[in-house]
Design a protein around this ligand. Structure first.
Ligand SMILES: Cc1ncc(C[n+]2csc(CCOP(=O)(O)OP(=O)(O)O)c2C)c(N)n1
Ligand SMILES: [Mg+2]
Length: 898
């Protein structure tokens, strides 16, 4: 029902929002809406309504709705002029499209190495507008904007680098064939594989987004602590897929960015409405869903939905029906409009309401099919990026609507198979060439030659001039070694002596970190990271002196202000207290651990956490830490399936060392004593921050108190390599055995050594096995060399050399599953007999748990005697007698393992 203008103003004068008056209000508002549409047009009306809605939301009881109408956030009349040369930029972009496509199709014409065309095809404009006008490269006094590229769009980034002259044809030819002679290009962004090019790995969905947030936050941390001194702040740009937004890591930390006012971050979500299998939200609208989520989380949201061609149509719609139609169509419909001819869109989209058909009467079907989506329109994207870059106080997300496989036509534009399309026939290639005006002749088309204009062409000049003006190429990973003045081992001399009291390796570590924080050379570079477990490990002792980083400082008086360890938050705090987010804490570890590369400021992160919630919980980020060449120390505290007593099945970790062993550049250690910790950490700092090795460390820490012995002479090398003799067995016994102990279970080995000597005539040497993985890696390296050099004298690994002359049985006992020590079994003379904690943990005391798993003192004695019996070095009766003597129930229930 239509209300006259008079009614509108009449109704404003009185009435409430209930009963008949409520109807009147509704009518009046409807009339006002129609009036506004008529005089102001739909975009302006949408803006006015939005303004009202914002006002309404700030009322004490805001309504639930968090979305705005399905139109561009920036209306046409507020759009800035485009500063670039659109024609030349289009030509350059088209060449990139061609080369990116050719790279993938070529690679797959004679191999099955895969690759993706459709993702970059949809996002080319999103990147090119940023490359020509926004991304700032690294200069002497500016670290460069930090850009997280969508992993599957990598061919597009290589295509640009080719036009820039940074890559040549042979590189493109070897896309995804990195082991080809001369090398090739990695499938996705991998700094490990292309260390001068890629900065941030992104291809495991969700990791780029969460890392980018913590990177932006870490940038602020560095600046707040006076460790950097930029004139302008770098921006963090993260490009992600709309499908990718479903990963919990993608959206799980977005409130952090709003809470800490990270206006140094811009996310661009490529909303091509499709993921790998089909539509992201066929029955809904991903853009609206994301808008609601981001607004609710406190972000500035900029939607780029419609291209310039729509401006006039939107303006001419006075009925409001166009917006209604745009809103009622679901993403499944929008996908169909891409695949079907323009006539379908005319009939189905516009045709639903006859008035709408009039809006497009002047357009041919062909023209209707070319009504662009906002993400393919440089003017709309520029407006969004400009607004995003200038926005203050909030992070910004740009939701850009695009078409998956844009330009691929029949070969895969908007189709459900688009993501997997890697081949194109000659006809499709011709069409693609035609659509983007690539100057390649008919007779060459089937060969898919890469196309690069000459260095003095207008295109090359323009492209290089733009990058020069913006400071240099992006992506680029530049590392200028800045050696740190790390302390020598002597600095930790207090750990060489016996401890006065019984302490755990966790306490020893916290003490060590406190000493390191005081070091004049590197104290300021230490970044203690903790996910709401400081009190569990004793890290709260550092709160008062070093403070918890908080950009707001401390706006309240903490309840424990009078205590020594009060919860002190401060603007320049050194500790990163991440709350209960292992993924967030790991992202901080990665940001700090790569600061040497991203800022030229080496930092030494120490991330301490419940070992069970490390690689098992967020293993993909641990893997990524290797790829991104992060450095630092990961401390899996509360390690050991029986050492962490009471907590039970979910907490008791006996396998994180195995997880850590799977990461090629991670050095996992299982130290038993404080001095071992000191040796490993001192050596690690030297290797990472003086020798500049791109490695990181994982140390299992235990919470069981026991005596810390003095450091025997000359053991440093063995500690670092993974095995050394800690305490030789007593002389004068006929039977010889060797027990490898590690972590807290070293205590079982030491006590077993005494019993074996006293009661069973066995001289057992106790060895400290600090790292089975490192022993194994060294042995594998030798083995590989030996296999390939059969006629040369064989190389011997460290462990083989160390044990060559030792006699008797070898036994390993640890608080981990047997697979951890078994890693080295093939290189132990006569094999290795292993005791361990395979199976689920239980809530109980250490004593009962260790008996249950068979890693207590008595089980270690029995196990050693059994290993000797297997070698016929003792009679089996001795084993039976020991079981009786030591009171072990042979029918004791076993941990279940299938
Ligand atoms: C953690 C993870 N799971 C699954 C995949 C496999 N995968 C690669 S791309 C993709 C779809 C991506 O869709 P979207 O995020 O919408 O990106 P688009 O290519 O559409 O831009 C999937 C499922 C992956 N790379 N990472
Ligand atoms: Mg997508």
């Amino acid at each position: 029902m239509k209300a006259s203008k008079k009614d509108i103003y009449g109704s404003r004068a009185g009435g409430t929002a209930t009963g008949n008056n409520g109807d009147k209000w509704s009518e009046s508002m409807q009339a006002m809406f129609e009036h506004s549409l008529e005089s102001q047009g739909p975009e302006r009306t949408a803006q006015l309504l939005e303004k009202l809605a914002t006002q309404l939301r700030s009322e004490p009881r805001p309504p639930a709705g968090q979305t705005t109408p399905y139109v561009n956030t920036i209306p046409a009349e507020q759009q800035p002029d485009y500063p670039g040369d659109r024609a030349i930029e289009r030509r350059i972009k088209s060449m990139m499209r061609w080369n990116a496509m050719a790279m993938v199709v070529k690679a797959n014409s004679n191999t099955n190495v895969g690759g993706h065309i459709a993702s970059f095809a949809s996002s080319a404009t999103l990147y090119e507008v940023a490359q020509n006008h926004f991304f700032r490269g690294r200069t002497e006094d500016f670290p460069g904007d930090q850009v997280y590229f969508q992993g599957h769009a990598a061919p597009g980034m290589y295509a640009r680098a080719y036009l820039e002259g940074r890559l040549d044809e042979s590189h493109l030819q070897n896309f995804r064939q990195e082991l080809a002679p001369g090398g090739g290009l990695s499938s996705y962004p991998h700094p490990y594989l292309m260390p001068d090019f890629w900065q941030f790995p992104t291809v495991s969905m969700g990791l780029g987004p969460i890392m980018s947030l913590y990177q932006a936050r870490f940038n602020r941390y560095l600046q707040a602590r006076g460790l950097t001194n930029w004139k302008t702040e770098p921006k963090v740009w993260a490009f992600l897929g709309d499908g990718e937004s479903d990963e919990p890591e993608s959206l799980g930390a977005i409130t952090l960015a709003a809470r800490e006012n990270l206006d140094n971050i811009i996310w661009v979500v490529n909303c091509n409405l499709q993921r790998l299998d089909g539509p992201v939200r066929g029955n809904g609208k991903i853009i609206q869903e994301l808008e609601g989520l981001f607004r609710g989380a406190g972000w500035n949201v900029i939607k780029v939905i419609w291209g310039t061609e729509w401006d006039d149509i939107i303006k001419r719609d006075k009925s409001g029906l166009l917006l209604k139609r745009m809103e009622e169509c679901v993403d499944g419909d929008y996908q169909k409009y891409i695949v079907e001819p323009g006539s379908y869109t005319r009939n189905h989209f516009f045709g639903k309401y006859p008035q709408l058909l009039e809006l497009v009467n002047h357009l041919t079907d062909e023209q209707i099919s070319k009504l662009l989506r906002g993400g393919h329109d440089v003017r709309k994207m520029y407006a969004a990026y400009k607004a995003a870059s200038e926005h203050k106080g909030q992070p910004t997300v740009v939701l850009a609507k695009t078409v998956k496989g844009y330009g691929l036509g029949e070969a895969g534009e908007g189709k459900n198979i688009s993501h997997q399309q890697k081949k194109m026939n000659e006809k499709e290639l011709r069409e693609f060439r035609g659509r983007f005006d690539i100057p390649i002749s008919d007779d060459l088309i089937a060969e898919m030659p890469f196309f690069r204009p000459s260095p003095d062409s207008a295109e090359t000049k323009y492209l290089l001039e733009r990058r020069k003006a913006l400071g240099g190429f992006v992506p680029a990973r530049v590392v200028r070694p800045v050696p740190l003045d790390v302390p020598k081992l002597d600095y930790f001399a207090e750990f060489f002596n016996a401890s006065k009291t019984e302490i755990s390796t966790t306490s020893a570590f916290v003490r060590l970190m406190a000493i390191l924080l005081r070091h004049k050379g590197v104290g300021k570079n230490v970044v203690p990271i903790i996910p709401d477990e400081a009190r569990t490990f004793g890290v709260d002792a550092l709160f008062k002196d070093y403070g918890i980083y908080s950009p707001k400082g401390q706006l309240y008086e903490p309840v424990d202000k009078k205590s020594l360890m009060y919860y002190r938050e401060s603007k320049d705090g050194q500790i990163l207290e991440e709350g209960i987010s292992e993924a967030g804490a790991m992202s901080s570890f990665i940001a700090a651990g790569t600061s040497y590369a991203s800022h030229g400021v080496p930092m030494i992160p120490f991330y301490t956490y419940y070992s069970m919630f490390g690689p098992q919980r967020v293993g993909d980020l641990f893997w990524l830490a290797g790829d991104i060449r992060a450095k630092g120390f990961l401390l899996g505290a509360t390690s050991g399936r029986t050492s962490l007593n009471g907590e039970g099945l979910q907490h008791q970790d006996g396998h994180s060392l195995l997880h850590a062993s799977t990461i090629p550049t991670c050095l996992p250690y299982d130290p038993a004593f404080g001095f071992e910790l000191a040796v490993i950490i001192a050596d690690g700092m030297r290797r990472m921050f003086v020798e500049n090795e791109d490695i990181f460390y994982y140390l299992a820490l235990y919470n069981e108190n026991h005596p810390m012995p003095p450091m025997p002479a000359g053991v440093e090398d063995g500690i670092v390599k993974g095995l050394y003799k800690f305490k030789p067995g007593v002389d004068g016994k006929k039977i010889k055995a060797h027990i490898f102990g590690s972590g807290a279970i070293m205590q079982s080995a030491l006590k077993a050594q005494e019993i074996l000597a006293e009661k069973y005539g066995v001289s057992a040497d106790v060895w400290s096995a600090t790292s089975y993985k490192l022993l194994r890696s060294d042995a594998i390296r030798c083995q590989r060399w030996n296999i390939l050099h059969p006629m040369l004298p064989a190389k011997k690994s460290y462990v083989e050399t160390l044990l060559a002359k030792e006699q008797g049985a070898f036994v390993a006992v640890s608080d981990n599953i047997r697979t951890v020590p078994d890693q080295v079994a093939p290189w132990v003379p006569g094999g290795l007999f292993t005791l361990g904690t395979d199976g689920f943990g239980r809530s109980d005391t250490r004593g009962r748990l260790r008996r249950f798993f068979g890693v207590d003192v008595e089980s270690t004695v029995i196990g050693t005697l059994y290993a000797l019996a297997e070698k016929k070095l003792v009679d089996r009766k001795v084993v039976a007698q020991a079981i009786k003597d030591l009171g072990v129930d042979p029918e004791l229930v076993q941990p279940q393992i299938v």
